[in-house]
Design a protein around this ligand. Sequence first.
Ligand code: BGC
Length: 409
Amino acid sequence: MKFPDGFLWGTATAAHQVEGGNINCDGWLLEHLPDTRFTEPSADACDHYHRYGEDIALLAQLGFNAYRFSIEWARIEPEDGEFSLAALDHYRRMLAACHEHGITPMVTMHHFTSPRWLMARGGWEAPETAQRFARYCERSVRHLGDLIASACTLNELNLVAAFQSTGRAPSDEQIVRLPMRTEAARAMGIEPEKFGSYPWCVRSTSRDVLLEAHRLGAAALRSGPARFPVGMTVALSDMQAAPGGEANRDRARRHAQDVFLEAARGDEFVGVQTYTRDRFGPHGTLPLEPGVEVTQMGYEFMPRALEATIRYAHAKAQVPVIVTENGIATEDDTRRVAFIEQALAGVARCIRDGIDVRGYLYWSMLDNFEWLFGYRPKFGLIAVDRQTQQRIVKPSAEWLGRIARANEI
Ligand code: BGC
């Protein structure tokens, strides 16, 4: 099947996971606490902050035409209201590098990490954070807008809700008492309840702040001078019901997916980010069935989940879809190829059925810092030697690059 002209074929990354030395953000602080839940610190990550030029050139050489990356609020606004022209210029150079290589840049304004100073002001549990986020968007777009092809406001603003509803994250009550959260607040000399770090914030308080941040941030991005499509990205597992599990599944969907997808109505697109499925029974989420293939993240190998979530997101949000993340953590690159191949067949079926899917951005370009799990999970199409930072192209990168170039599967 031929994909539509202009279909975006690319990869995605996030600043904190690849740049290295992101010391002014809350994530860095959390990684270095004595009671940290992170297995290792992000450190130099993939040194993408300095090596973006060769990485973008490599993407183009492989055959890709798009790259989604995030810009780092903690660098651009290192103190409340103080903007760094040097940091903005850095991202301008990155955007320019994309254009030089024929790569369409999609920018994410916030991908999980926030400036430390924001935590002293209540983080994502404080209503004023929405306005502060919009101010950062407005300042950034004034400097970068003419080079941006499309933008995502917040990455997975439903993440806490999604993980809580599938038992992958602590409950609101447990989050408040997390030793890591209390310690981080102490290290900053602030009240423990202030440290509303995303995604360690209390869902019931942060949900409206995040939705408002999306609304105000999107308006700031659309306020010009440049014009480009703006949307949010949503973490979507394919939520399925086993017999008797319908009510539980529907409840989980309602609060982890629908509320957010409905808020995407009126945007220019919605970013679908899918890794697996979750099954619900009469008593809640069901464990994995014996013998199923499991990825390095402990997720069921389920590439078909992408098709189901594209259809679901499109029905709820009623706007065009971009697959802003889809991927697998595995040491076995042949399983990566199998995963992407089956996922893409689902994308093709959606397009054939008339759903406006505009791109597929594989997570991730590089083997990078996988948050709590450190550098062990391998999501990348390109490996990174942790001693030398040398890039090693995997067969899956060449395979997907060929599909991208041909624009067909
Ligand atoms: C996030 C990425 C993360 C990926 C794999 C997504 O939820 O946006 O930052 O690395 O999943 O776990």
